[in-house]
Design a protein around this ligand. Sequence first.
Ligand SMILES: NC(=O)c1ccc[n+]([C@@H]2O[C@H](COP(=O)([O-])OP(=O)(O)OC[C@H]3O[C@@H](n4cnc5c(N)ncnc54)[C@H](O)[C@@H]3O)[C@@H](O)[C@H]2O)c1
Ligand SMILES: O=C(O)C[C@H](O)C(=O)O
Ligand SMILES: [Mn+2]
Length: 571
Amino acid sequence: MATGKYLRWKDAQGNEFRPVSISGTELLNDRLLNKSTGFSYEEREAFNLNGLLPPKPQTFEDQLKRAYQGFLSACSDIEQYLFLRALQDRNETLFYALLSRHVEEMTPIIYTPTVGKACQEFSHRYQKARGLYVTADNVDSMGEMARHFAGKEIKIIVVTDSQGILGLGDLGAGGMGIPIGKLSLYTLGAGIHPGHCLPVALDVGTDNQDLLNDPMYLGIPKKRMKGEAYKLFIDKFVQQTKLHFPKAVLQWEDFSKSNAFNNLAKYEDEIPSFNDDIQGTGAVVLAGIIGATKIKGETLGEQIFAVYGAGAGGVGVADQIFAGLLKEGVSHQAARDRIFILDSQGVVFDNREGLDEYKHRYAKPVSLASDWQLKEDNKADLSELIDNVAVTVLLGCSGVGGAFKENHVKKMLDYTQRPMVFPLSNPTSNCEALPEDIYRWSQGQAIVATGSPFDDVEYDGKPYRIGQGNNVFIFPAVGLATIVSGVKKITMEMFTTASFALADYVPQQDLDEGCVFPRIGELKAVSMHVAKAVLKQIQETDPDGCMCGKEIDQELAAHMWEPIYLPYRRV
Ligand SMILES: NC(=O)c1ccc[n+]([C@@H]2O[C@H](COP(=O)([O-])OP(=O)(O)OC[C@H]3O[C@@H](n4cnc5c(N)ncnc54)[C@H](O)[C@@H]3O)[C@@H](O)[C@H]2O)c1
Ligand SMILES: O=C(O)C[C@H](O)C(=O)O
Ligand SMILES: [Mn+2]
């Protein structure tokens, strides 16, 4: 639990209280300690708050009511986002209590899809400082910057360089919205104390010309740092992080594909870290596929997979499917043979010049297509792949809205009664197909999941709930398990375990109705279930290691933060 200013103590009678040493406006301006109108008469007296608040203290429930009214009176999704962010910056306890009472309604506001718009409009909507902006000019002084967070014991950092924000691309300094949103889900979903969370934006410039042309742009108005200079900068950032935030787990988020793979490979043995787009996405998608195979009464090894989009998400998904196939006993070669990846040039064949390193393992021999009818020799697009290969699982990680068409889904029905069609790209406008179209094209037979949230769809008089295949069902749990256990390396096996645990969580009734993911409203229960499974695996893999002799439930409970007010006593 939190140290320093945010301690929880018990007195001799067993009454819990928080020892607080600050007072007056300093206390009201501390987002982790502020109770605002919730300070009692006694606390107002003890903490020098007289005259600083409207006279009548309010109950927590009334504060929540007022906050919810404020949320509802905001007239658009972005206004609601700004309302919630402002509340978060004033009073985190109230913010998380409100969120936890309205998870389904508010997650799409603080997270995908609205957070995408907030990142795009960042410079025009900026309100208050949060997190760290690390640049080439200040990276060497991270020690000094870290002092602002002294006493908070940073345990989880989500960092982006903003080059691949969702499917929206390079958003420069505006990408900061993503670490802030992801970390809110760490607290909401995994109970991590908000004081332990640090959002970081690495501002290395931007290649987004619209931002560079915008006089209001708040980031460094220069082209992106690249090559050796970029690598050196990232290295400095990691070394400084290890030094000044020695307890932190590092989550890489929304880096462009090559940097995503390179940074992960370079540092995963050096600092407990993972790339959410690669590994979190891989695990969540495998879970959905496992659920769908249960619906179909088939195995993973009976499927043929087309992963549309061969970047961080797509190759991460391919890697995790590969691991799932191996776990089922399928051979390396047979597993590779069943996974096709496509990028902007179509199916990845081995005749490509300058093929990116991370795509090699799924490149298919071009001879495979020798008898395919192709518009262009040795090149196959998605239609041509599905015309020639009995694809049963179609996964979208391309960021290309509307890329999945009727002919793709219809053709899959020739190969299987229940095709899996997961358009996973975010935000909503980048989704490869609308769920209602997929149901129409497949006469309700497709098993559908999307990355962004969608309302239920009615087809042929029957309602369908659209499962959200989003890494939110994985990263808070894996991050929590890492923090709780103190493991030094986050492994592929931890993600595979998380994936099977998530699949296990989905009740048979949901599967019967064709839905392979839990409701977002269950995020906390899901995260606890998945984190437990990962902790168990850590314990079993290394019985003498960091989880030796520890009771998992107790360890988890000791890390849980609840958004409630404790009485304050002056120290
Ligand atoms: N649901 C989730 O949890 C989740 C997780 C991660 C990423 N995503 C989404 O996946 C998308 C991609 O993210 P990323 O981080 O992998 O990006 P990325 O840039 O690393 O990869 C995008 C890939 O799509 C390919 N592509 C682009 N245009 C294409 C086209 N016309 N046809 C086929 N392929 C094309 C690119 O070549 C690249 O291989 C984004 O929209 C993102 O929101 C979703
Ligand atoms: O942020 C999300 O909603 C999921 C994922 O990390 C993405 O980049 O799209
Ligand atoms: Mn992401």
